[in-house]
Design a protein around this ligand. Structure first.
Ligand code: SF4
Length: 345
């Protein structure tokens, strides 16, 4: 990996972020600051504010890509500084008054998962806390325009968040601060390919933040093929989840760790795969999200396709039969728990 995971000491010694500094509104007159504050707190329509006091420091919106079937919307943003384009912000479809956004933590990703469009880009760069927070701000403003409020943030967009741990911690710090976005920790989910030490650091720092492990196979060899650069010690991952379960409370008191599992035809969807997955989950407080691959992905000479519907159902039934709470998620953008790496450039 090109990026090193930061140490706990570094996280603890980070200076407190101030929203005005974060969003570039600290300069200017008192009136400009007050106006920025009002806009930030209320999530007023962005058109009213873009270009006024420069809060939109990192990104320039390029285009909006709708998902007509699901109602989800992706926003392609261009970095003002690095001039790289990314589909960064995904606002999920309307479910009552609460909105969910999926944000990115890196441009590209170094984990290189075969089924993932982002993985094909390779790692480009880490995003700063400001760049992540501006994605949240954009989503708040868009939700506000629809008469909703942004409740949930999932870090499941581009990148491996725990390869950018310091910046992710700083952005979460601001998201949950009363002087920031005032979100609840338990409404923030961080998805990872599984970096045990960083998973524990994050949960020790933010005890209620929800962790999602992109597992995709409980067989070490198959997982290595699917996720070539992900840490692949499955026993250590089990121990890590067990420790997270302990840190996040006893049975019935706290949220489970999500296990994300993209179902790929003839790769990881046999009865034996389901049994291995059930075995992996045994004794852990986890819930499995099965995510049928979205479309067909070509990797080298091979085409990866979604598991047929009947097999999806059988896979889920086998897990449920083994006592594992399991949900089949619909395709990208149709649910807040969509797996990471489904953003394309
Ligand atoms: S699925 Fe997630 S971890 Fe894997 S390459 Fe894509 S963004 Fe990275």
């Amino acid at each position: 990996m090109k990026q090193r995971v930061g140490s706990g000491d570094m996280v603890n010694s980070l200076p407190q972020l101030h929203w005005l500094d974060v969003l570039g509104a600290s300069s200017g007159s008192g009136l400009a600051k007050r106006r920025s504050w009002k806009v930030l707190r209320e999530g007023a329509p962005i058109e009213r504010h873009l270009g006024e006091s420069g809060w939109f420091k990192s990104w320039m919106p390029v285009r909006i890509i709708g998902q007509p079937e699901s109602g989800a919307v992706k926003h392609q943003l261009r970095s003002n500084r690095y001039l790289d384009d990314c589909e960064m912000v995904v606002l999920f479809p309307k479910v009552g008054k609460r909105a969910t956004v999926c944000i990115s933590s890196q441009v590209g990703c170094g984990v290189g998962c075969l089924f993932c469009a982002t993985g094909t880009m390779g790692f480009k760069r880490n995003l700063s806390p400001e760049e992540m927070l501006e994605q949240v701000y954009l989503a708040r403003a868009l939700a506000h325009q629809e008469g909703r409020h942004l409740r949930n943030v999932v870090l499941m967009g581009m990148g491996e968040p725990l390869h950018n741990l310091d910046a992710v911690c700083r952005s979460i710090e601001f998201m949950v601060s009363d002087r920031g976005f005032g979100l609840r920790e338990r409404h923030i989910t961080v998805s990872t390919s599984g970096i045990p030490s960083a998973m524990l650091q994050l949960v020790k720092r933010f005890t209620s933040v929800r962790m999602a492990l992109s597992l995709h196979s409980a067989r070490a060899d198959d997982r290595r093929r699917l996720m070539p650069k992900a840490p692949n010690d499955l026993s250590l991952l089990q121990e890590t989840i067990h420790e997270i379960n302990s840190l996040q409370g006893g049975e019935g008191e706290a949220a489970p760790v999500w296990i994300e599992y993209v179902l790929i035809d003839s790769w990881n969807d046999t009865d034996e795969d389901a049994e291995q997955l059930a075995e992996f989950c045994r004794g852990l407080r986890v819930e499995v999200n099965l995510i049928p691959l979205n479309g067909t992905v070509t990797s080298g000479q091979r085409a990866l396709c979604a598991t047929p519907k009947e097999r999806q159902q059988r896979f889920a039934d086998l897990l449920r039969g083994a006592g594992i709470k399991t949900t089949i998620r619909n395709s990208f953008g149709n649910d807040e728990q969509a797996a990471c790496g489904q953003l394309v450039t």
